[in-house]
Design a protein around this ligand. Sequence first.
Ligand code: KG4
Ligand code: ZN
Length: 330
Amino acid sequence: MLGVETSCDDTAAAVLRDGSVILANLVSSQDQVHSPYGGVVPELASRQHIQSIVPIVDAALQTAAVAIQDLDGIAVTYGPGLVGSLLVGLSVAKGISFRWNIPYVGINHLEAHLLAIQLEEAVSFPYIALLASGGHTLLYCVRGVGEYVFLGGTRDDAAGEAYDKVAKMMGLGYPGGRAIDNLAKSGNAKAIRFPRARMKRSSYEFSFSGIKTSVWHYLKSQPREQWESNKADIAASFQEAVVDMLVRPTIKAALTIGVKRVVLSGGVAANSRLREKMKEMAAGESIETFFPAPKFCTDNAAMIALTGYYWLKRGRRDAFTLNADADLTL
Ligand code: KG4
Ligand code: ZN
């Protein structure tokens, strides 16, 4: 299986054998292109994908030592994401499929994140999956391939978006998640008590715009030199609040629904404190936790290839009329 992913700002290609052996998994990051703007510039992302896509597909096939005509299938993200970015990967996948007469399937990016853990370990269904990335914060009960029960999502910003915006305010560059994660390691998480959004008891909702605003007010309330000197404490305190807001509804869902397996996915799942705290809270309730390696948390094509493998095996084939869908839901 060849997997192709171009939904946002990473151009990625992977080759997977038998749904389990990753022969190649390459990502060409555009962080440097977007960094000066503090966020992804859609037009620049599409142009960059056009430059990178053919070389990266070629490199993945070469790394895997697989000839293009020997592929059994192609999987490509067709949504959700930036439409101009999605179209690049989708067009290339259709082109290869047409030229070599290889079946292809369009993949929902969110579904691929929910199944990414299966690249590394065979986690039994059902499981509670928290998908936290730059664009999404979603909680699902994954009952099997194609069986996703939506439990809740964010009312406003995504968790990764809050990380990126706070990092921007603090001049830590883009994307900011990893920078805050690293800085927080030397800070005191109890130094500042940032408020946690409190949701209705019965809901599994998230909200991150309040914490972002709180950090903004905190920074504005003092001269820059003053907060610069306790940057690590701010990062650690902000992170503790975000992690708290992610962990609580997830554990609550596992207990209420009675599914004692929790899986993390999405870029924010790479966060060291989130992993630590989720593990700690889950252990106290006899809940098992499963975390993909960071390279499978962030956008990658191996998870797309795997999801495509499942669907092709089930007989799905997509027509060339399939279009990119920026707002695709699960
Ligand atoms: O899944 P992903 O690669 O792309 C999207 O589909 O959005 O997630 C990217 C997001 C960014 O917001 C980035 O800041 C965040 O994941 N991120 C992190 C960490 N690594 C990446 N957030 C917190 N801690 C990290 N270590
Ligand atoms: Zn993603």
